[in-house]
Design a protein around this ligand. Structure first.
Ligand code: G3I
Length: 355
C-alpha cells in the first residue's frame, strides 16, 4: 500500500487551475460560505488554485445553518449570492449542488409535500432557483444520488433509491427534473451526480450497472441530461481498484454522448497509519492512480475536490480517526500548504492529453 520510494515530483509549480486549463480541464473545489467570505487566507488560496466554486451547503434546500428554502413559499439566496459575487470577482465559475435530492430537505417538506403537489413543488423549486442564477452557472446537479445506496439489496429492477420524489412521482421524476431544468437555464450543463462507482467491489459494480442503465434509459427518452458527475469519495485503505473496469464504465458513459465530471473527490484516510508522511504518500497515491485512469477518458472535463484544504473537510466530522489525529484527505494541509496529494493532482494534469 505504501511505497516510500514512489516519485511525486513535479516539473512545474503552477496553480492547479492553470495546469488543468492547459489540458482544457476545469479544476475546482467545494467550499462553505464562511470559508471563502471570512477566512481571507483560505479565500486567496481558493482563488489562486481553483477555476470553479461549488457551495457545499448553500444551494441545498437546507443544510448546516443555511436555509435556501425557509418555507414552502420562500427562497433565501443571500448566502449563495455572496458566494457567486466572490466567484465572479475572482474569475471563478459557479456550480450548483443539488436541486433534487433525498437529503438536506427542510423540516416542512415532510409535512407539506405529497402525491398531489410534489410535481408542482419540484417545478417551483427548480424554476425559481435555476431562474435566479440563469446564464451564470457552469453546471447544476439536477438529480443527486437517485440509485440505491446498495443496489444489490434493491427490490427494484431499476435500482432506484426509495426517496420522497420516487414515492410521490414514480421513476419518471428524474426525466421530469431534467426537462424542467433545461427550460429554466438553457446555458447550464445538466448533471446526474452519484457516488460509489469507483471500485471493484460487488456493490460498486452493481452501482455502475445501475447508473449506466439509468443514463441509457434517460438518453433513449430524449431527457436533456448532459453529463455524469462521479463524486469519487475514495478510500485510502481500499485495495480493490480495477483500472480496466473503471475505464470501461467511463467509455460506456461517454458513448452515450455524455460528458463526465469528477465532482466531490477526496481520500478518506481514517483507517490509514498515524504517521503523517506515510499517510500523505498513500493518499497521494490514491489521487494519482485514480486520476491517471479517469483523465485518460477524453469525456472527463472537470476535477473538483470536496474541499480544498484539510482545514475544512466534512470528513473530520463524518469519518474522524479513532486515534483523534486530524484527517488529511485533501490537496492542501491545515496551514494551506500543498501536500503530496497536490503534487498528485498536478502530475495527473501534466501527464494527461488535451481534451
Ligand atoms: O452545523 C449545523 C448545526 O449548526 C446544526 O444545528 C445541525 C442540525 O442539523 O446541523 C449542522 O449541520 C450539518 C452539517 O453537515 C455540519 O455537520 C447538517 O445538518 C448536515 O446536513 C451537513 O452535512 C452535509 C451533507 O452533505 C448533507 O448536506 C455535509 O457537510 C456535506 O459535506 C455533505 O456533502 C455530500 C454531498 O452534498 C453529496 N455527496 C456526498 C457528500 C458527503 O456526504
Amino acid at each position: 500500500m505504501d511505497n516510500p520510494s514512489r516519485d511525486f515530483s513535479i516539473t512545474e509549480w503552477l496553480p492547479l487551475r492553470e495546469l488543468a486549463a492547459d489540458k482544457d480541464i476545469i479544476f475546482g473545489a467545494s467550499a462553505r460560505y464562511n470559508q471563502v467570505i471570512s477566512d481571507e487566507q483560505f479565500a486567496a488560496l481558493f482563488a489562486q488554485e481553483c477555476s470553479v466554486l461549488v457551495p457545499e451547503w448553500e444551494l441545498k434546500w437546507s443544510a448546516g445553518d443555511y436555509q435556501l428554502r425557509p418555507s414552502p413559499n420562500e427562497f433565501d439566496f443571500s448566502a449563495a449570492d455572496t458566494m457567486l459575487d466572490f466567484a465572479q470577482t475572482h474569475n471563478l465559475q459557479f456550480r450548483g449542488h443539488a436541486l433534487v435530492w433525498h437529503e438536506s430537505l427542510p423540516q416542512w417538506f415532510q409535512q407539506v409535500v405529497n402525491h398531489q403537489n410534489a410535481e408542482k413543488v419540484m417545478k417551483h423549486h427548480i424554476e425559481t432557483v435555476m431562474g435566479h442564477y440563469r446564464g451564470r452557472m457552469h453546471s447544476w446537479d439536477v438529480v443527486n444520488e437517485a440509485i440505491d445506496y446498495d443496489p444489490i439489496a434493491s427490490q427494484r429492477a431499476d435500482r432506484l433509491r426509495q426517496t420522497p420524489w420516487l414515492q410521490f412521482l414514480g421513476p419518471d421524476y428524474i426525466d421530469l427534473a431534467f426537462r424542467i431544468a433545461a427550460r429554466a437555464d438553457p446555458d447550464a450543463l445538466l448533471v446526474y451526480n452519484d457516488f460509489g462507482v469507483d471500485y471493484n467491489t460487488a456493490m460498486d459494480k452493481a452501482k455502475r450497472r445501475a447508473v449506466l442503465g439509468l443514463l441509457k434509459r434517460l438518453k433513449t427518452k430524449g431527457t436533456p441530461v448532459h453529463a455524469l458527475g462521479i463524486q469519487a469519495h475514495l478510500h485510502g485503505d481500499s485495495l480493490d481498484f480495477d483500472p480496466k473496469s473503471l475505464r470501461q464504465f467511463l467509455k460506456d458513459v461517454a458513448a452515450l454522448d455524455l460528458k463526465i465530471l469528477i465532482t466531490e473527490m477526496d481520500v478518506n484516510d481514517s483507517q490509514l497509519p498515524r504517521d503523517i508522511q506515510r499517510r500523505d504518500r498513500i493518499v497521494a497515491g490514491v489521487y494519482e492512480d485514480y486520476l491517471s485512469v479517469v483523465l485518460d477518458e477524453p469525456a472527463v472535463i472537470a476535477v473538483i475536490t470536496w474541499g480544498l484544504s484539510d482545514r475544512y473537510t466534512y470528513l473530520s466530522e463524518f469519518h474522524p480517526r479513532s486515534d483523534h489525529q486530524p484527517v488529511r484527505p485533501l490537496p492542501m494541509d491545515t496551514n494551506l500548504q500543498p501536500k503530496l496529494a497536490w503534487n498528485a493532482l498536478a502530475r495527473a494534469f501534466q501527464q494527461t492529453r488535451k481534451r
